[in-house]
Design a protein around this ligand. Structure first.
Ligand SMILES: Cc1ncc(COP(=O)(O)O)c(C=O)c1O
Length: 390
């Protein structure tokens, strides 16, 4: 019988590994097989619960147990990507011609699903709320609303939702609630504790942590996970590859150490940028104010390496800054060991910015695990070059 670990460090190190099953191997084997031959014992009881890897697989289950224990859910499911997990979670609640509530600044492909794909295919309509409107989310609930889909913190301007309030609204109006908790991380934020139905993750980011895996996951109750395992995951087929999940398991063992270092580096970078004359505003949950600060204090036990800032000056100056970076690579992902910079809204039209919920000249940084002095020196020299550009 496996020990019931309760503390995050112990869960990350041991939960789900089931040494006794696999000859004491300290790392569970990769079950890279598609099918499990079926046999029954003399009294007609199946000898194991496995049948076909699209439905379940022992390596995938090891990661599911670890993630569920870490985030305080009854169960978890892994998927082939974050988008596979997100679409399965949405489809679980959606019905033809229903209504969804979300915010403008959600992750682009999730927005495209709600804005373009679902309306065209299934007549599903979505209200995209601004930050101010989201504070009065109840006013936008209709009789046909089936789903509230949010990110908290969001991944461009790190806007947080009041998870307790959202959980209450879900229960009061019998509406499904889904939070993309990738930015919160399963270590620092537990949406299910506030009554949220499903927490989704792209495991491509911090869970794997080395920029070498595409995978996704969701955490929920046993009942919801069973339904999604049998329906959305098995029927749409977005199951996770055991080898990819084994890499996620490896990443998870160092999740706490990596996140702590990302957080320390990011806070130092955010403080540096905040006092810089070429920076108009920094977005980082660790430096938030007012209601957002209160939500961060209540809901988050730590902050990761993701932040953004509005650069003063022209879009051309922002481009010069980005081109001048030598240590920060230019790229749109995040959560790996490496530092990245990405122009969210540099030179984009005001219509685009309004639809996406981004302020103009917004640059996102993922602060990696390089030495913080190296990172600040890189930003300093790039800002200096951009200041010289008229
Ligand atoms: C917040 C957020 N959610 C979901 C996704 C999608 O994850 P994946 O690329 O694993 O499908 C991303 C990817 O960047 C993301 O940033």
């Amino acid at each position: 019988m496996s020990y019931n670990y309760k503390i995050p460090e112990d869960i990350l190190a041991h939960t789900g590994d089931e040494y006794e099953k696999y000859f004491g191997a300290v790392i569970p084997p990769i079950f890279q097989n598609t099918l499990f031959a079926v046999s029954t014992s003399a009294n007609n009881i199946p000898e194991h619960p496995y049948f076909y890897t699209r439905e379940s697989n022992p390596t995938v289950e090891a990661a599911e147990k670890k993630l569920a224990a870490l985030e305080g859910g009854e169960d978890a499911l892994f998927f082939s990507s974050g988008m596979a997990a997100i679409s399965a979670a949405m489809l679980h609640f959606l019905k033809k011609d229903c209504h969804v509530i979300t915010i403008k600044s959600i992750y682009g492909p999730a927005r495209a699903l709600l804005k373009e794909y679902f309306p065209k295919k299934f007549g599903i309509r979505t209200s995209f709320l601004s930050e101010e409107e989201a504070e009065h989310l109840e006013d936008f609930i209709r009789e046909d609303t089936r789903l509230i889909y949010l990110e908290s913190p969001s991944t461009a301007v790190f806007y947080q939702q009041d998870l307790e309030k959202i959980g209450e609204l879900g229960r009061k109006y019998h509406i499904g609630t889904v939070i993309d908790n990738t930015c919160g991380t399963p270590l620092y934020q537990h949406p299910l504790e506030y009554g949220i139905d499903i927490s989704v993750h792209t495991a491509t980011k911090y869970l794997s942590g080395h920029s070498d895996v595409i995978a996704g996951a969701l955490v929920s109750s046993c009942e919801v996970c069973r339904e999604i395992r049998e329906q959305e995951r098995a029927l749409f087929g977005g199951c996770a590859d055991p080898h990819q999940v084994w890499l996620v398991l490896r990443g998870m063992r160092t999740l706490k150490l990596r996140l702590e270092q990302h957080g320390k580096n990011a806070l130092a970078v955010a403080e540096y940028l905040q006092q810089h004359p070429q920076v108009e505003r920094v977005f980082y949950p660790g430096l938030s104010e007012g209601r957002q600060k209160e939500l961060a204090r209540r809901q988050l036990t730590g902050y990761n390496g993701l932040m953004s800032f509005i650069m003063k000056g022209t879009p051309r100056q922002a481009e010069v800054f980005l081109d001048a970076l030598q240590v920060f690579l230019k790229g749109c992902s995040w959560g790996g060991f490496e530092s990245l910079a990405y122009p969210f809204s540099v030179g984009t039209s005001s219509e685009y910015n309004e639809n996406a919920g981004f302020p103009a000249n917004l640059i996102r940084l993922h602060v990696g695990l390089e030495h913080v002095d190296t990172l600040i020196a890189d930003l300093a020299q790039a800002l200096e070059k951009s200041a010289k550009e008229e």
